[in-house]
Design a protein around this ligand. Sequence first.
Ligand code: SF4
Ligand code: SF4
Length: 267
Amino acid sequence: MSKALSDDIKIEVLEHTSDTLKIILYNVPVKIANSIRRSAISLVPTLAVEKVIIFRNDSIMNDDMLAHRLGLVPLRTTLEKVRELETNNGKVSLLLKVKADKDIVTVKSGDIKSRDKDVKVLVDDIDIVKLAEGEAIELEMEATVGRGKEHAKWSPVTVAVVRGLPDIEILDPECGRGCKKCIDACPKGVLGKRDGKLVVLDRFKCTVCKLCEKACPDRIKVDIDESSSLLYIESVGQLSVDDIIQASFEELKKKFVELYDALKVVG
Ligand code: SF4
Ligand code: SF4
């Protein structure tokens, strides 16, 4: 059954770094918050290597495999830069030129040089290919804007999860006196005792596995409240998590405008 959104939407931030965000969206149903999650996975634009021009490849790895590996190297930039490139249908050029003069050399992502100061390889220590003594590699790459729905290399999130809020009800207020069966059954340490009584220590750690309920079905009930949502997003690193959230909403808004325009044509 569908329910109207409440006016008193509230947000509680549990964790916020440049790459992670864990928030509770009170009075935002899971099915609504899920659209933000799905947009983050598949609609947010990022940059990734799409074309590789190989001038020299003496390595044991064939050209196709090498190009595929380079496409998966994450590139760090800002949403502003991605939008600018998208508007102008722009590309970013990157170069890779390594020679193994003596001994074996491992070509790393850090050897890739970007021609744009606003675009950088996210981490320097991704192994790309090994070169034997005397071998060399020389190539140019073009990074373009894309989305996770086209290929996972453009998806900016490693984790994107949404779920309802755990609802743990202790039916007997005197519970816990001389008993701790449910506390021992909980693998997440959600339950504990305060002044000898059973209490919920941290309900957001609860995975709703219901092991406590199974241990004592008459006195403890666990359910999931889907009228509010817990959203957790972790960035791969191409964009900050703030940029990902902003772009998720922008992309959703575009979808709704498209839908509205289509309805106007029909109706
Ligand atoms: S809910 Fe059951 S298992 Fe848990 S403290 Fe109360 S009586 Fe013991
Ligand atoms: S449902 Fe599972 S995680 Fe939640 S309190 Fe019970 S045992 Fe712990």
